[in-house]
Design a protein around this ligand. Structure first.
Ligand code: AMP
Ligand code: MN
Ligand code: MN
Length: 350
């Protein structure tokens, strides 16, 4: 990444920075940075579809809505979408910009520019991967180290804590002011992807301060996203945590803790409740790796992985057909969940 400038502070309003050469269909000249190319594509786009990964989190949806609100202000037609589920997850419904969200079956099929946000591979676009061929051009904006570079143009920075960090820099370059509506989306993605600022460097904290200065109230914004569950959540937790197993092996001489959530146990609960389990397992002192297997259909399990240094679960998940980050990754398993755990332990034991 050639552009590592921090996001500018409010006291120095950003100006539009135009690259010295243009982006044509033949690809950009080599001297343009990835930020230059992305900025130019967004300046020139006549209409855009912005897509986050399936089952979007606050970083995927927040990135798309923040950029979407910004482009809308410039008069650019914008549609925001994600392939699954069919509607915005309940916990993210208060993010501003929901009017931009279009069901996956109703997105314009031939946009001038497709922008993929927080998506590590084409498979994570779900059925919307079709737009990679129908859109005139595609731009991939992401921070997953496992990103497979599946578009025409790429702004990928694994050192960014969240995709919203890259979106904030782009908005500055485009000269689009970060108002409260945009700031709420950026803050939600930043707070959640950094583990509520545990994994945030000083630039990320400066960005957070700037967002709070626009009027973001963190506790109020984050409560529906991470701090709110129905009472039945406790019943599920007691069952799932009671079934946790400590595997006394591997992982740099330290253990692995795992549990599973089958369809009967998750019935009636939201993904928000299920996703909370891994955050509890990852605090187990005896384990360097935490695993939660979530049954999504009789034969399919979504596997969530978390690690403590020095274990890299991005490499592990990629080897098992998924992807993610060094400390948080996942993959999809078909078949017996015990086989998934055995495969993980085998890779860690090497
Ligand atoms: P999760 O455990 O679902 O919160 O996912 C943690 C990280 O792993 C996220 O950054 C995801 O992008 C990535 N990830 C999870 N599941 C998959 C999958 N099936 N394929 C690729 N990446 C995944
Ligand atoms: Mn994400
Ligand atoms: Mn992210």
């Amino acid at each position: 990444m050639t552009d590592t400038r921090p996001v500018r502070s409010r006291s120095r309003p950003p100006s539009v920075r135009r690259p010295s050469a243009t982006v044509g269909d033949g690809g950009p000249p080599a001297h343009l940075s990835d930020f230059d190319v992305a900025t130019e594509l967004l300046i020139r786009a006549t209409d855009t579809v912005l897509v986050g990964h399936v089952h979007p989190d606050a970083d995927a949806l927040g990135s798309a809505l923040a950029l979407g609100l910004g482009l809308e202000r410039r008069g650019v037609p914008v549609a925001v979408s994600f392939a699954e589920p069919g509607e915005i997850p309940e916990s993210l419904r208060l993010l501003p910009g929901g009017h931009l969200v279009v069901p996956p079956g109703e997105v314009p099929e031939h946009p001038d520019l497709l922008v993929s946000l927080d998506v590590g591979s084409a498979a994570r676009l779900g059925s919307l991967d079709r737009l990679l061929t129908t859109a005139r051009q595609s731009l991939i904006i992401d921070h997953h180290p496992s990103n497979t570079r599946f578009g025409d143009h790429h702004l990928i920075d694994p050192s960014a804590e969240a995709t919203v960090v890259l979106v904030a820099r782009l908005l500055d370059r485009l000269g689009i002011p970060i108002d409260l509506a945009i700031a709420k989306n950026l803050y939600a993605g930043l707070a959640t992807d950094t583990g509520h600022f545990r994994h945030a460097d000083s630039d990320a904290h400066r960005l957070a301060a700037r967002l709070i200065d626009t009027g973001v109230r963190p506790a109020e914004l984050l409560r529906p996203i991470t701090d709110s569950h129905p009472f039945d959540w406790l019943t599920m937790l007691s069952h799932v945590l009671g079934g946790a197993v400590l595997h006394d092996v591997a992982a740099d001489g330290r253990g692995v803790v795992s549990t599973r959530i089958d369809l009967a146990t998750s019935a009636g609960l939201r993904s928000e409740e299920l996703d909370s389990v891994i955050d509890i397992l990852r605090t187990v002192q005896q384990a360097a790796v935490a695993i939660v297997l979530k049954q999504t259909s009789p034969d399919i399990w979504q596997v969530s992985l978390r690690s403590h240094p020095p274990v890299d679960v991005a490499v592990l998940a990629t080897e098992l057909g998924g992807g993610g980050h060094v400390r948080a990754a996942g993959f999809t398993h078909h078949g017996d969940p015990d086989d998934a755990v055995a495969a993980i332990l085998a890779v860690l034991g090497r």
